[in-house]
Design a protein around this ligand. Structure first.
Ligand SMILES: [Zn+2]
Length: 394
């Protein structure tokens, strides 16, 4: 049998734009076919032909799906089967599928009889190859990550289950929910325990922290530390000088932030930083404290500060409103992909200026980054997943 590359050379396989939608519908069809095939069981002389036919078609649809997802197209059966070689399947397996095609052709179009024993072999072969095809496909599938949102604040306006389902349907597989005070931290922890895609980051929002006594802050630090096995990171914490009169609270804000930064360093967890109108002061403090695993969320400071963040080896998480925001588009242009993460800040900052935002919309960040960096969405997803793992995996 010819190799996949030869088919490519002869033009029986064409290089096309990757077609994820086609891949998805083919996989769905293969899965449906498998359920149909199972209805023919137990296998006997009457059902043998049906089972052979379905088994071949399941494998073929998976292969066509994989081809579409990898940016190829072919209607030639041999060429499609040859892709198994490209995917690392064994020669015996390729020959088996190739023979299966012949047999299936004979039964389907010429009414040839089928050996029941052979049908049994085919069924066993499918049982063996099906999970491999399936996992191969899933492995190649990247995921999207929302590294900063407030799902806890969404609950009242928009059902949580809907947000989680939309996220799942859109391949957003990791959602880092950030707490902003003790009450929210409890909710965030609970969400993380109940939903495996939800990761907890606990912290106290700088303006909320101002309302607390030092003892209360210390209590919260202790509480967070006690949950160190459950939490993914520290956040949302930082400095906020959105109004000029907040300047007189700066010292207190710095004392508070210092506690959280030291906690993050002690626990070796990433820290998610808010720095509205206090960008320079925040960066200075983080540098003094020698923080390493830093994520600057929605960073809106000057480009010279953006450069400083990158130089420090920190990350910037780009909100979905980069879709229209020139400020964030400029940040994306300026910052290497290896320093970028994506977020929604749900329920805020909706990419289409609606309310509320939701984690599924993180795709807007990914798409804009891919567009600006002139890279495929898949490459961007992969790199950002690597960035995330580097920061969050312990
Ligand atoms: Zn936030």
């Amino acid at each position: 049998m010819r190799s996949f590359n030869e088919f490519l050379k002869y033009g029986l396989v064409k290089k096309k734009k990757k077609d994820e939608a086609r891949a998805k519908s083919l996989i769905e069809s293969a899965e449906k076919r498998k359920r149909v095939m199972e209805k023919y069981l137990p296998l006997n002389s009457e059902t043998s032909a049906q089972i052979i036919e379905e088994c071949y078609d399941i494998i073929r649809e998976f292969l066509e799906a994989k081809l579409s997802d990898d940016g190829y197209k072919s209607y030639n059966h041999e060429a499609v089967v040859s892709y198994l070689g490209e995917l690392g399947f064994l020669k015996d397996e390729i020959i088996f599928v190739d023979n299966l095609r012949e047999i299936r052709h004979g039964t389907k179009y010429y009414g040839r009889l089928v050996n029941e024993e052979y049908a049994r072999k085919v069924k066993n072969f499918l049982d063996n190859i099906y999970p491999k095809l399936n996992s191969l496909f899933k492995q190649s599938k990247n995921i999207m990550i929302d590294v900063h949102c407030h799902l806890d604040k969404l609950i009242e306006e928009f059902p949580l289950e809907k947000a989680l389902k939309n996220a799942k349907d859109n391949n957003v597989k990791i959602i880092v929910v950030n707490g902003t005070d003790h009450k929210q931290n409890l909710i965030v922890l609970d969400l993380a325990k109940k939903h495996k895609e939800v990761k907890a980051a606990l912290g106290i929002y700088p303006l909320d922290a101002l309302k607390l006594s030092e003892a209360k802050i210390d209590e919260e630090i202790e509480f967070i530390e006690k949950n160190k096995k459950i939490i993914a990171g520290i956040g949302e914490v930082g400095l906020d000088l959105k109004e000029p009169e907040l300047l007189k609270t700066l010292d207190k804000q710095k004392i508070n932030l210092t506690k959280f930064v030291n906690l993050a360093i002690k626990l070796n967890k990433p820290i998610i930083i808010h720095s509205r109108k206090a960008e320079t002061q925040t960066i200075e403090l983080l540098e003094q404290l020698k923080a390493k695993k830093v994520i600057m969320h929605c960073f809106s400071g000057k480009m010279s500060l953006v450069d400083r963040i990158v130089k420090n080896g920190w990350s910037l998480s780009i909100p979905a409103n980069v879709h229209y925001s020139q400020q964030f588009q400029d940040v994306v242009k300026r910052v290497p992909l290896s320093n970028l993460l994506c977020e929604t800040d749900t329920p805020y900052l909706h990419p289409l200026k609606e309310w509320p935002n939701e984690p599924a919309n993180v795709i807007y960040s990914y798409k804009k980054i891919a567009e600006i960096k002139n890279q495929s969405l898949k490459e961007v997803e992969k790199q950002i997943e690597d960035n995330y793992n580097q920061l969050f995996e312990q």
